[in-house]
Design a protein around this ligand. Structure first.
Ligand code: NDP
Length: 250
């Protein structure tokens, strides 16, 4: 019997990158997985990669999404065992360029969305003694110029992780986070909106700053996602696991 047989997992932002890699690993280990994103075509393409993936178009900025996501997940098996708050966005810009809109956009997807979805999922996670996994970033603790809005949102999700862990422990719900370092995905282009011609140099700078000498692969993160959510991992909560090739301590 596979570790996640019969369990239902939600992965927001599951049509690409770290979310898709994690959703596939959960599915390979027996889970039925609901993936969300904004682009229906990308979700359909993702679902073709494994028969246990199901998709819902749901924008993490929309306060109406959590109820729809929870309903869709319950439709997969009448239960919710794991919520992965993965969808995220960012901005690379100096503080003096920040606007109300640029700040709100990052905090609405990276902080408000996960909080509202977690709130909607709690009654169901209580029934299964399930767990919540938040996706942070090395930026959640490592300071850097031109990244304060994104990093601040990730610091917020890390601290919410600890607060929720205490609040939800009496309900039997574990809450942990993963903080990836620089990983090869479309994030710099699609979410950080870096000009495409600047991305190779940016990636090379990141590679050189990683003590283990390479940028991460999505599976470097997905394997930890599974381990943290594993039903046998019953005594770990409120932790942020940094998986970054040493980037954060350099
Ligand atoms: P990708 O750009 O590869 O994938 C992002 C996913 O999120 C896609 O499925 C995208 O689908 C979805 N998404 C984006 N915006 C929304 C939205 N408003 N509502 C719902 N879904 C959305 O990103 P990564 O896999 O790299 O990033 C995933 C997480 O990992 C993020 O939280 C990010 O901050 C974090 N992270 C990434 C790092 C990296 O180097 N890649 C490093 C550290 C942390 P669609 O566009 O169709 O909505």
């Amino acid at each position: 019997m596979a570790a996640f047989d019969g369990l239902v997992v939600i992965v927001t932002g599951g049509s690409a990158g770290i979310g898709l890699a994690s959703a596939l690993r959960f599915a390979e280990e027996g889970a039925r997985v609901l993936i969300t994103g904004r682009n229906a075509e990308a979700l359909d393409t993702a679902c073709r990669q494994h028969p246990s993936l199901r998709a819902l178009v749901a924008d993490g900025h929309d306060p109406g999404s959590p109820a729809r996501i929870v309903d869709a997940a319950l439709g997969l098996g009448g239960r919710i065992d794991v919520l992965v708050n993965n969808a995220g966005t960012g901005v690379v810009a100096p503080l003096v360029a920040a606007t109300a809109q640029s700040i709100d956009e990052v905090f609405s997807l990276n902080v408000r969305g996960p909080a509202l979805l977690a709130a909607a999922a709690v009654p169901h996670l209580e029934r299964t003694r399930g767990s919540i996994l938040n996706v942070s970033s090395t930026g959640g603790t490592k300071a850097g110029p031109n990244i304060s809005i994104y990093s601040g949102s990730k610091a917020a999700i890390e601290h919410m992780t600890r607060c929720w862990a205490l609040e939800l422990a009496p309900l039997g719900i574990r809450v942990n986070a993963i903080a990836p370092g620089p990983v090869k995905t479309g994030f710099l282009r699609n979410q950080m909106r870096l000009p495409p011609d600047t991305i190779p140099a940016h990636e090379e700078r990141e590679r050189k700053a990683v003590p283990l000498g390479r940028r991460g692969h999505v599976d470097d993160i997905a394997q930890w996602m599974l381990d943290l959510a594993r039903p046998t991992n019953t005594w770990m909560t409120g932790q942020v696991v940094v998986v970054d090739g040493g980037f954060g301590i350099a």
